[in-house]
Design a protein around this ligand. Structure first.
Ligand code: AMP
Length: 258
């Protein structure tokens, strides 16, 4: 029992937070169709990663976790995202700096290296980053670490060296019991993230934020994929207003829909 409690009280959590185009921004495709244009658009923490940070903070508030490290992999501006996570309650941050747009496998390899370096027992990630909608990084990380994984979590409960995760699946809910160490990815209904208070934003400026170049991790982050073309969705025709059900039926007949 004491071993269990000891393990729990020293549980370290790693949370991966990605800086993405804010979910309110309507992105435009570049004229050469090589990608979307993110010059001068508002960037924010990936919404599922805010949920991941919130869940880690709640586990710490319940006395289940002792320490939360947040990590972001990308250009210098990722530090703003990390400061937000620190203001929400994380203890320290690691910025893995690279100007390359790393694919999920490369991100998973970076995270694996940090998990081993930081000796964490639980990794929480978003189920997907809303820029690429890949939904791959958590699964790849669990595979590389050979750790149990629970994706699409809508409830998390830690009991001794196990964590029970309720998942949203097609037919309803499924609850899995994982033995720690483990990887969890968050779904939308897991929690409602708090807002950072002004005093906590000020305090976050003094929390440790360590920047390391991606080359220091000694891993192969070279791309495996080539983007052939990026296209905007087809424009939809404007709708029309009809006066009556009869008109609607007539219109549907004319269109050959009934
Ligand atoms: P994805 O597989 O790209 O949809 O991303 C799933 C999750 O992996 C995100 O919600 C983040 O938690 C994490 N992640 C992906 N890319 C990064 C990155 N560059 N830096 C930090 N975390 C990331």
């Amino acid at each position: 029992m004491r071993d269990y409690l000891g393990a729990l009280l020293t549980m370290k959590i790693l949370v991966a937070v990605k800086r993405v185009v804010d979910y309110n921004v309507k992105v435009r495709v570049k004229s050469d169709h090589s990608n979307v244009d993110i010059a001068n658009v508002k960037m924010s923490m990936n919404p599922f990663d805010e949920i991941a940070v919130e869940e880690a903070v709640r586990l710490k508030e319940k006395g289940i976790a002792e320490d939360i490290t947040v990590v972001s992999i990308g250009p210098a501006k990722c530090q703003e995202t990390l400061r937000t996570a620190l203001a929400l309650g994380a203890d320290q941050a690691i910025h893995v700096e690279t100007d390359a747009n790393l694919e999920p496998l490369a991100v998973a390899k970076c995270l694996k290296a940090l998990v081993e370096r930081e000796q964490v027992q639980l990794v929480i990630l978003g189920k997907q980053a809303i820029d690429g909608d890949n939904n791959q990084t958590g699964q790849m990380l669990a595979a590389l670490l050979d750790w149990p994984q629970a994706t699409f979590a809508s409830a998390v409960e830690c009991q001794a060296d196990k964590v029970a995760v309720t998942r949203e699946i097609d037919g309803g809910l499924e609850t899995l019991s994982l033995t720690l160490p483990a990887v969890i990815t968050t779904d939308l209904r897991l929690n409602e993230p708090r807002y950072a208070s002004l005093p906590n934003i000020m305090k976050a400026k003094k929390k440790p934020l360590n920047t390391i170049p991606v080359t220091e991790l000694n891993i192969d982050v070279s791309p495996r994929l080539t983007t052939v073309k990026v296209e905007a969705p087809a424009e939809r025709d404007a709708g029309i207003k009809l006066e009556s059900v009869e008109q609607l039926v007539e219109k549907l007949k004319v269109e050959g829909l009934i």
